[in-house]
Write a protein that binds this ligand. Structure first.
Ligand SMILES: NC(=O)c1ccc[n+]([C@@H]2O[C@H](COP(=O)([O-])OP(=O)(O)OC[C@H]3O[C@@H](n4cnc5c(N)ncnc54)[C@H](OP(=O)(O)O)[C@@H]3O)[C@@H](O)[C@H]2O)c1
Length: 253
């Protein structure tokens, strides 16, 4: 495998499982030194052992990425150790239930926005001074098919869709602001992916139905999304910024 990311430091939030895990594995397989930000270190440790067993480099920090102080202090620690962070993948996000609007409390609304949107703002804000100093950076936000509009083939969750639409808007505005500093900002929006979390919120029958209705007749995998992230992390994608790249088996075009 080509080590196109050798010498590169990448923070991946929410990398201990699901899509984030696939991204961490893919970037490390291409030579990046991966730094995982998630809350439960014991889960992240298993991934680190797997990466190291394959000759890769990874470390993990216990951080709640919705907490401003924790984000700031963990980023400072990483920068003190690694001197620079080249790539930031904001992958933390998701939802765990479907509710009609009348039953969405304002606390639930805030929690979903904090997890899916504010976390990306806090992480980017903490890292941008160092990226500006190095005149280089790649920021990739993991959006969702729901950020483009309601899922055409399955149930949608309003606060989540609104937050992911916000994340895609955040991506484009930040791309314009940071372009002059050599920093690209893009989003990758997966379609429904059968991760552990999603299997708990959507029944197998509805997942199969969704797969059948996509033009490619399948759901996307965490690895499909990881390959798109790898492309946007690489030197070859340096001319691309402000883009939202759909990885959804054609479910939305
Ligand atoms: N799966 C899908 O169908 C799908 C579709 C479109 C978009 N996406 C997006 O893809 C991303 C990943 O989804 P997924 O299904 O792979 O998620 P997941 O399996 O639920 O994984 C979530 C990860 O985030 C970490 N995490 C959660 N809250 C955190 C917090 N406050 N601070 C730090 N880490 C936190 C978790 O570890 P800890 O619990 O240890 O913190 C875990 O590593 C999300 O942004 C989601 O919206 C998913």
């Amino acid at each position: 495998m080509s080590k196109s990311l050798a010498g590169i430091v990448a923070i991946v939030t929410g990398a201990s499982q699901g899509i984030g895990e696939a991204i961490a594995l893919t970037l490390s397989a291409h030579g990046a030194q991966v730094v995982i930000f998630s809350r439960k270190l014991e889960i992240a440790k298993k991934l680190i052992e797997g990466i190291q067993a394959n000759g890769g480099q990874a470390t993990a920090y216990s951080v709640d990425v919705c907490n401003e102080d924790q984000v700031q202090s963990a980023v400072s620690e990483v920068l003190a150790k690694s001197k620079r962070v080249d790539i930031l993948i904001n992958c933390v996000g998701g939802f765990n239930k479907f509710l009609p609007i009348e039953q969405v409390s304002s606390t639930e609304w805030d929690d979903i926005f904090n997890l899916n949107l504010k976390s990306a703002f806090l992480m980017a804000r903490a890292l941008i001074p160092s990226m500006k100093q190095h005149q280089f950076g790649r920021i990739i936000n993991i959006g969702s098919i729901a950020g483009n509009g309601p899922n055409p083939y399955g149930t949608s969750y309003l606060p989540y869709g609104a937050a992911k639409a916000g994340l895609i808007g955040f991506t484009k505005h930040l791309a314009k602001e940071l372009g002059p500093f050599g920093i690209t900002v893009n989003s990758v929006s997966p379609g429904t992916t059968a991760t552990e979390r999603v299997i708990k919120v959507r029944d197998p029958e509805s997942l199969n139905k969704m797969a059948e209705q996509t033009p490619l007749k399948r759901l996307v995998t965490p690895e499909d999304t990881a390959q798109a992230v790898l492309f946007l992390s690489s030197a070859t994608s340096g001319g691309i910024t402000g883009v939202n790249l759909n990885v959804n088996a054609g479910a939305v075009m």
